[in-house]
Design a protein around this ligand. Structure first.
Ligand code: HEC
Ligand code: HEC
Ligand code: HEC
Ligand code: HEC
Ligand code: HEC
Ligand code: HEC
Ligand code: HEC
Ligand code: HEC
Ligand code: HEC
Ligand code: HEC
Length: 538
């Protein structure tokens, strides 16, 4: 009879009943590790309780210390996290511990203004969990605001799903899919001249030529002598200090474009020095200057008037050509509405008429007897003559060489006016840009059309194309390292390597008003707190 297999099994234990007491390696390790874990836990708890207050608790309980901006709360978890409540100790609480750490109270100290009013409710829910984007506990130097692209592309891969078309502020929705700056990012819509047609006539080519002539050696060229006549000594000293009368005026970009920079202008510097001498608290009296990201606006008064003076024409009295009776032209103010301008013109001519011995001033004869009709005047009345001269001057100013030299005009007679000039201090309204960060590159790298060039008078009068290069030009630097860049002359070079994440160029909060950065009203919490409450983060 064959031996039963179960006997073979029991044979192993015969004479060895205490087999489970004999030490074996596996068991040894089990015990050792269990004790170690227990010892570690007790030691951790002991350190946690007994540690000197200077050691932050976060080292013991979290991924790590908080970012510098939140350094004051490193030891104060309830600044951001909701404190334990009785319900946290219920039977199911153990499954929710992680969730609990994501109940945050950031709005105590911050407002996190919304991205877009047109976002769906689901998008708003994503927004209200601040830790979806702001990852703290990654050490003091970790940036809370420089984010990986996937924070943005989770919605921008298919924007249609997240925006409520009935509330879209833009009218047209933005490009539906943007996943990376280097692959599918759209061309910059604000540079499209159709979006905001150019209404000012100005040619960089003409003005950057020596003497602002259409061609080198052009007859109309502006010389120092001519400029002195038009704009006075100050203008000559400003554009060509110490140059002889026949020298041509050469402008540079800074003649018209000044960065709104921390250094301020020369005049600002002088004012500061003068205030300092009188013991005035300079810093309290003068505004802080911003960082110099954008250029200050170009204005007619500061940048054009000295070469293009604006004046009313000489006015001749009806039927008179005697030189003494010509009412001399006079300077008129700029930026006037037609009705206001007419008032200025009347005032100017009236002054001229009163100053000359003008027949218009002939005193009308006294009416005769009661029943006589007043005799017809030989000369017009002062008011009539002023009106006539002013109306003629207005017509002339609004055409040809006057306002229309630089402006498009619209309407006629009473409705005549210049077409509004768009405010262009910020072109890329939906993104950030900073000239100070790009000062290492020449202006022509990004604005190649602004240099001096021979052009015809016809071309000079046409609206200029937008002089800011778009998407492709940015990608030469803002793309992955060793992207091949083709220069205008065809040469190929390895380029790229500069940051190109969404948050490098875009704001998130308050996307409807992207320029509203730090300090904007909408960032303030509902209730700012005093120092004690602030440090305790009550
Ligand atoms: C300035 C606000 C702030 C303070 C103060 C703060 N935390 Fe946090 N904590 C956060 C944020 C934000 C997150 C989410 C991080 C993420 O999801 O990337 C978080 C997450 C956590 C988590 C969960 C980590 C995970 O795995 O998801 C723990 C645990 C935690 N904190 C512990 C603490 C402790 C302990 C303290 C006090 C020493 C503390 N925190 C103080 C902001 C704070
Ligand atoms: C007790 C007050 C307090 C709380 C609570 C708080 N913060 Fe802050 N936070 C500050 C202060 C102070 C600054 C620095 C000044 C500023 O930028 O407003 C700051 C700065 C920031 C910044 C700007 C960082 C930078 O590099 O510019 C972000 C982002 C931020 N906090 C997010 C959060 C988030 C998310 C939470 C919730 C987890 C939170 N904060 C909770 C006080 C607080
Ligand atoms: C989709 C990602 C995202 C979410 C969600 C989010 N933020 Fe932000 N936050 C950003 C980005 C990107 C910046 C930096 C650019 C900017 O200022 O818009 C920022 C900046 C900030 C700043 C610093 C602003 C400054 O100029 O100093 C604060 C404070 C802030 N967020 C608070 C919050 C609060 C509070 C919440 C939750 C209600 C929140 N954020 C939710 C992405 C996000
Ligand atoms: C929760 C979804 C969501 C997230 C996350 C999100 N966006 Fe948006 N984004 C939207 C919506 C909705 C619109 C508005 C669409 C409309 O009005 O037609 C928008 C519009 C924009 C626009 C174009 C309009 C403008 O005003 O500038 C930019 C740029 C933009 N987002 C950048 C970002 C960046 C950068 C991030 C990451 C920090 C981000 N978005 C994260 C939903 C989101
Ligand atoms: C005589 C004054 C003057 C000089 C000099 C001048 N600009 Fe301009 N620039 C203007 C005016 C005026 C505008 C606004 C045109 C408009 O709004 O239609 C302008 C607009 C611009 C713009 C905005 C984009 C555009 O197409 O309107 C850029 C960029 C620019 N200039 C760059 C330059 C550079 C670079 C130089 C030097 C090479 C320069 N400018 C020299 C007067 C000048
Ligand atoms: C240094 C002198 C100088 C300055 C400053 C200057 N211009 Fe000119 N501009 C000229 C000269 C010279 C011409 C060519 C001759 C002419 O038409 O008077 C000219 C021509 C023009 C023309 C073309 C006129 C036509 O005949 O088609 C326009 C428009 C114009 N300038 C606008 C401006 C504007 C706008 C500014 C201020 C942002 C400005 N200029 C600043 C000297 C100047
Ligand atoms: C040499 C060029 C030049 C001439 C000539 C000129 N302007 Fe202008 N004008 C400008 C420039 C440049 C601006 C934009 C910057 C500024 O407001 O100074 C402007 C702006 C204006 C504005 C403001 C438009 C707005 O939308 O804000 C009005 C109004 C105006 N001009 C009226 C006139 C009138 C009226 C005349 C004729 C009497 C005239 N201009 C002649 C160059 C000129
Ligand atoms: C790296 C490319 C780059 C360089 C280099 C550069 N710019 Fe610009 N510039 C831009 C962009 C992009 C804008 C549009 C920014 C905006 O308004 O949102 C701009 C706008 C401008 C404007 C219109 C007003 C404004 O502030 O937006 C002027 C004027 C201007 N640049 C002048 C200059 C001058 C002068 C230089 C040389 C000292 C220069 N730029 C160098 C890219 C550049
Ligand atoms: C010649 C190379 C070059 C070109 C071309 C260039 N950039 Fe940059 N840009 C840089 C460098 C370098 C920085 C600084 C990067 C940093 O701080 O890490 C920068 C920074 C920036 C910043 C961050 C500015 C700040 O201070 O927050 C923005 C936004 C930006 N660039 C936009 C643009 C846009 C838009 C264009 C195209 C019109 C452009 N850049 C073209 C080199 C370039
Ligand atoms: C180097 C700078 C830069 C980077 C990086 C960048 N953008 Fe842009 N983005 C711009 C500029 C400039 C515009 C044009 C703004 C305007 O026209 O006013 C723009 C426009 C947009 C728009 C509006 C599109 C439309 O239809 O007009 C969206 C949406 C957008 N960006 C999303 C993103 C997202 C998402 C990322 C990251 C994957 C990103 N951008 C990365 C500079 C940048």
């Amino acid at each position: 009879m064959p031996r039963s297999p179960s006997r073979d099994l029991s044979d192993r234990y015969s004479g060895n009943r205490g087999y489970f007491r004999t030490p074996d390696r596996l068991r040894w390790w089990k015990y050792a590790l269990a004790w170690l874990a227990l010892g570690g836990a007790v030691a951790w708890a002991a350190v946690d309780v007994l540690k000197p207050p200077s050691v932050p608790a976060s080292y013991a309980h979290t991924h790590g210390p908080l970012a510098n901006v939140h350094g004051a709360f490193n030891n104060n978890c309830s600044a951001c996290h909701v404190a334990h409540s009785a319900s946290d100790f219920g039977p199911l609480a153990v499954f929710k511990t992680r969730e609990r750490w994501h109940d945050l109270t950031c709005e105590k100290c911050h407002n996190g203004p919304p991205h877009h009013a047109s976002a769906t409710d689901e998008a708003k829910k994503f927004h209200s969990t601040c830790s979806n984007c702001h990852h703290d506990h990654n050490g003091p130097l970790h940036s809370l605001v420089r984010l990986q692209d996937d924070h943005c592309t989770r919605c921008h891969t298919d924007l249609g799903k997240w925006h409520d078309a009935s509330k879209s502020l833009a009218g047209t929705p933005y490009q539906n899919k943007v996943t990376s700056f280097v692959s599918d990012h759209p061309e910059f819509r604000s540079l499209d001249p159709k979006a905001q047609p150019r209404t000012l006539k100005f040619s960089h080519s003409v003005h950057m030529n020596p003497g602002q002539a259409y061609a080198p050696g052009g007859k109309e060229a502006m010389t120092v002598g001519k400029l002195r006549k038009l704009g006075g000594e100050a203008a000559a000293a400003r554009y060509a200090p110490g140059a002889p009368d026949d020298a041509l005026i050469q402008l540079d970009c800074a003649s018209c474009h000044k960065l709104d920079s921390g250094r301020g202008t020369e005049a600002f510097g002088r004012l500061k020095a003068a205030l300092g001498e009188t013991g005035e608290p300079v810093r309290a009296l003068l505004p802080q200057r911003p960082e110099g990201a954008y250029y200050l606006p170009v204005t007619f008064e500061v940048h054009c008037r000295s070469c293009h003076p604006l004046s009313a024409p000489d006015g001749a009295h009806v039927g008179q050509t005697i030189p003494g009776e010509v009412i001399p032209g006079f300077t008129v103010p700029h930026r006037r509405k037609p009705a206001e301008l007419l008032g200025d013109l009347k005032a100017g001519y009236l002054k001229g008429l009163l100053a000359t011995n003008n027949p218009a001033l002939a005193v009308p004869p006294e009416p005769g007897g009661k029943l006589d009709t007043p005799p017809k005047l030989g000369a017009r009345t002062l008011a009539e003559e002023t009106d006539r001269l002013a109306a003629a001057a207005q017509r002339q100013l609004f055409s040809g060489d006057g306002c229309a030299k630089c402006h498009q005009t619209q309407g006629s007679n009473e409705t005549l006016s210049v077409v509004p000039v768009p405010n262009r201090t910020v072109w890329l309204a939906h993104a950030k840009f900073n000239h100070a960060s790009h000062r290492g590159a020449t202006c022509a790298s990004c604005h190649p059309g602004t240099g001096g060039k021979t052009i015809s008078t016809v071309d000079a009068a046409k609206p200029e194309p937008v002089q800011i290069l778009g998407l492709e030009s940015c990608r030469t630097c803002h793309s992955p390292l060793s992207t091949t860049v083709t220069l205008p002359d065809g040469e190929k070079l390895p380029g790229g390597g500069v940051r190109h994440g969404c948050t490098d160029c875009h704001r998130y909060h308050h996307g409807d008003l992207p320029m509203q950065g730090r300090g904007g009203e909408s960032w303030f919490p509902k209730e700012p707190r005093d120092i004690a409450d602030w440090l305790k983060a009550k």
